[in-house]
Structure formats: structure tokens, C-alpha cells
Design a protein. Sequence first.
Length: 380
Amino acid sequence: MTTYILRRLAQSIPQLFIISVILFMLMQSIGDPIATLGARVPPKPEDKERLRRQMGLDLPVFFIDCKTDKLPVAPGKKATLGDRVGNVFTNTHCEYGWNNQYLVWLVGNDWRMIDMDGDGVGDTPGKRLGILRGDLGNSLVTRRPVVESIADRLPNTLLLMVTTEIVIIIFSLALGLYSALRPYSRFDNIVTSLSFVGFSMPVFWLALSLMYLFAVNFRRWGLPYLPTVGMFDPAIGKTPLEVFKHMILPIATLSIISIAGYSRFVRSSVLETLGQDYVRTARAKGLRSMVVVMRHALPNAALPFITLIGLDIPFLLAGAVVTETIFAWPGTGRLFVDHLERADFPMLMGILMMVATAVVIFQIVTDVVYSFVDPRIRLE
């Protein structure tokens, strides 16, 4: 098993490299971060150029930097290079080099001098260490290290998402298993109908509906109502009871949709497993029905469910973007949205690469769990 894990980890290195290249290319199309720094007063052109040099945005994105020069062509004069459009002569030329934004993000720039005053001569030593040495860079908006910003929000996201995942697993297994043991009963039909309704509801609509019912209407009717925004009431403080009350609606929003889908997976898997020969053999030996289900049927039926959970766990780190935004929960999901609006790609790249790394790692963990749940699976 150790050899298998090491081989999978080695295979993940080129995967993460390709993911980082694709994400870095996509980040270039989200907007200009310099344009958002001036708030209502846009920065002057010379200030923009100075900020670009300081932040390293004047460098080419990758190893190849292609530029197109436009030069006027005198009437009647024939251009020999490039393309002529009307009276404008365009010539495209490309430069190759190691001085680019992606390389600085990847390995840092502490090995070279940076031109801070725009005279073409490096005069300031670089300070970036690169993501390979644990430096995700500084936010273009707050100027804080990305690692610190993520570390401040990550515990809040994990508190919300881990609790949600526990609720999802418990209710999905309970409803799915009970429905499979009593197929086509009144309970099964009711759960199936509610599952279709719950799974078809958009998360933003469900969140707003729960807020309108349990916060707005309950308060109007004089009943105890639930808070809708934030992690706690500043007037009361961050007490366990306050945090729990503020978690109820976000957890309900995230759980209802997932339970509706996952319980159907559990039901179908258990029903299929109960029809296998080894289950009928166990029953023929006189084993109790609960022993047959819990010891023989459920472990084999749980494999598809383990796959779903293994895919879900990495995204716990990213949080629920829509839910955290609606309920103003101070987690990494809301952090991503806030900095996406400002085109803060160091922060966005840090969050996305954290999620990508977690996906690769937990896929390996899922394969290892398979081997423990199902003895027929061997990792070699």
C-alpha cells in the first residue's frame, strides 16, 4: 500500500502543475486589479504603471511574451512585414524569457533584482519565495499575505462545513437504509417525493425561503426566530450558543439538498446489494436480518457513497460560496467572492490551489478507505 500511495503522490505532481497553468491562464480574464484600487477616484496613468511594476504585473504572463506594434504607413508605400490594415501597419514579435508572472508565482523572485522605478535596471531585491516554498503571495487588495487571510477564514468554514457533512452522512444513511429495507412502502414513497423536491430546489432560493420563514415570519408571529447573517451577534459576543443559532439556517440550506440526493444513492445501492447471492446465503444460514444488513450488505453498498463523500470533503475547505454570501458567514467561500469582485488573483489562486491539492489527496485517501471497507480490493 505504501508503494501505491507514493506512486499516486508522484502522479499528482504533474496534475497539480497542469491545473496551476490552466487556472493562471483563466485568472488573466477576470479583470484588471489595478483598475479597482482607486475606488471612486481612478488612479492616474503614471500611478498605474508604478503599481504594475511594484506588483509584478508588468511582466509577461508566461514564458512567451507576444506584442503587436502598430505603425502608420504612408499612402502608396508598400509594407513588407506583418499585416497591413488600412493605413496601419502591424508587426507582431515574441520574446522568450524566464522573467514572467507565472514563474514568480511558482518559485519566487528572491533570486533577482526588480526594476521598481521603470528605468530598465533592477534596483530592488525580490522578496517572493513562490508557492513551491509555501509563499502564496500578498493580496493585491489588502496587501496581507494570502496564507494569513485564508488561515483567518478557514476555521469558520470548517466549523460550518464539517458540521454540515456530519448531518448529511447521518440523515442520508438513515433515510436511505430505512427506505431500502421497506421499498415502495408509504414511508419510502413520501421520502422519494420529498427527495425529488429537495434536490430540485436552487440553493439560493432555499436559503431565502428559510430566512423568510424562520426569521421574518417567526418574528412577525411572535415566535422564537433564528438569526440570518453573521456568525454571532456583536452585542452578545461569540458564545457557543450564539454561534450555534447562527449555524442552523446555513446548515439546513446545505443539508437539505445533499440529503435529498445522497439518500437516493444509499437506497439504490442497498437494494442492489440485498439481491446478491452472498446476502441470500447469509440469510439462509439463519443470521438475523440486522446482522445481514449491517455486516454484509451495508459495507458493500457504501462504496458509491464513500466516493461521493470523498469528492465532497476537499470542497469543505472552499466553503459554500452562495450560502456563505447569503448568510454573510465569514468563511473562505465569501472570501473568494469578495476578492473575485476585485480581481485579486493571488488570493483566488491560493484558494483554488488549496482546493485542487485537497481533491488530489482525498482521492488517494478514498482509494485507501476502499481497501478497508471491501476486502476484495487490493492496492498494489
